[in-house]
Design a protein around this ligand. Structure first.
Ligand SMILES: [Zn+2]
Length: 288
């Protein structure tokens, strides 16, 4: 039974679709069918929202690990994380059953549900969402245990992220807004079904499982020597085949996918990861 549900947006202050959706739900109310869920709303980083930036001092969505929550850092996001951990968590003994944290990405990832483990709840949620919204992508990030993720949503007993794109930072696109609303409402429909229970048997679904980050190639001085190839750009979750172009070098040559297996690239050319030279992330496809 999900007794306490928190819907969070503005964890990154320039990801406007979730922020606007929460504003609209706070002002106009949630659709009536969700009344029984009584979710709480939280705009996580109001200072960053006001400034239309991802964060002021540090990424809020990387703060929720014990060593950071216990440190006495005076950074804006570090103290904000301690406050959110007290309000929704604490992480080691959560008072919130389910945290839905809404993000958007500059990558063309469509409507993506990010789950962080393969427990029964997450598998049922993934199947429900894929069944109700076939155009949604399910991304599984289980490369580390749930509690070791630094994400805000992990202060809940269950936590997931809504990730929709492509949308430039600080900009609101209607198509991205609509996908964000549809995916979030589908997750809330799952919550209703979960609480009413038992859930119907749902068909298995394909899920992208996070592999690794692929960095831009750099020269000896740390300068980029290539950009994402146009045939990869905006093709998030489309299979990247062995030998297919990945990077276009500034000298005119191309670098190709050297692995013997296809991969499912995503977060391609994500603006927030540009400063760390991440070009995209890889994934394999599994069935849950
Ligand atoms: Zn974000």
């Amino acid at each position: 039974m999900l007794k306490s549900i928190a819907i969070v947006a503005g964890t990154h202050g320039n990801e406007t679709s979730g922020i606007q959706l929460l504003h609209n739900w706070q002002n106009g109310g949630l659709p009536a069918r969700f009344a029984a869920l009584k979710p709480s709303f939280m705009l996580a980083n109001t200072a960053a929202i006001k400034s239309n930036v991802r964060f002021l001092d540090d990424d809020l969505n990387r703060q929720f690990v014990p060593e950071r929550l216990q440190a006495a850092s005076g950074d804006h996001e570090a103290s904000l994380a301690r406050d959110i951990n007290n309000r929704l968590g604490p992480k080691d003994n959560p008072q919130t059953d389910f945290v839905i944290d809404i993000h958007n990405t500059t990558s063309a990832m469509g409507a993506t549900l990010i789950i962080l483990r393969k427990d029964a709840f997450s598998v049922q949620l993934a199947r429900y969402v894929k069944h109700a919204m076939p155009e949604a992508n399910i991304l599984l990030e289980d490369e580390k245990p749930y509690a070791q993720h630094p994400y805000l949503c992990t202060v809940g007993k269950q936590g997931i992220m809504v990730e929709v794109g492509g949308q430039p930072q600080g900009v609101l696109r209607e198509d991205v807004y609509q996908l964000t609303q549809t995916l979030t409402e589908t997750i809330l429909d799952f919550c209703l079904a979960f609480n009413t229970g038992p859930l119907p048997e749902l068909p298995e679904c394909d899920v992208y499982r996070l592999g690794q980050n692929i960095n831009f190639p750099l020269d000896d001085e740390g300068n980029r020597i290539a950009m994402v190839h146009h045939s990869l750009q905006d093709n998030d979750f489309q299979p990247l085949m062995p030998g297919a172009p990945v990077f276009k070098c500034f000298d005119g040559t191309e670098l190709t996918w050297q692995d013997s297996e296809p991969t499912y690239p995503h977060f391609i050319n994500e603006a927030a990861y540009a400063s760390s030279h991440v070009a995209f992330a890889t994934a394999s496809m599994i069935t849950l």
